[in-house]
Design a binder for this molecule. Structure first.
Ligand code: ZN
Length: 111
């Protein structure tokens, strides 16, 4: 089937535009993947490193709460939930010891 020259040129332009958009989409996807990969690499390079001095941190645990400890600058990193649990245990312990002290003082007064 015969196409006039201007129609053929228009079809070619549409075809180029279509492939340009497809290529652009592929390039954007590749760039996005590379950016995520670089971000992942950067994150993993900081894993278990001290945010204050960059020294390797050691995994430690105390009373069921785990944390990272830097032997270089004595910093520690702990999840808020672990800190809350630890703090709650200490508060409960203080409440119990306060109650015991209060109870003992009552016993001494009555004796
Ligand atoms: Zn440190």
């Amino acid at each position: 089937m015969f196409k006039p020259e201007y129609v053929a040129q228009h079809d070619t332009m549409l075809e180029r535009e279509y492939f340009y958009k497809k290529d652009r989409e592929l390039i954007d996807k590749i760039k996005e993947k590379e950016a995520l990969k670089l971000l992942d690499q950067e994150r993993s390079s900081h894993q278990n490193k001290c945010s204050m001095c960059g020294h390797e941190m050691e995994q430690k645990s105390m009373e069921g709460a785990s944390f990272l400890y830097c032997s270089e600058c004595k910093s520690l990193h702990m999840a808020v939930q672990d800190l809350d649990n630890l703090s709650l245990r200490h508060k409960l312990r203080n409440v119990v010891s306060d109650l015991l002290i209060h109870q003992n003082s009552k016993v001494k007064k009555s004796a």
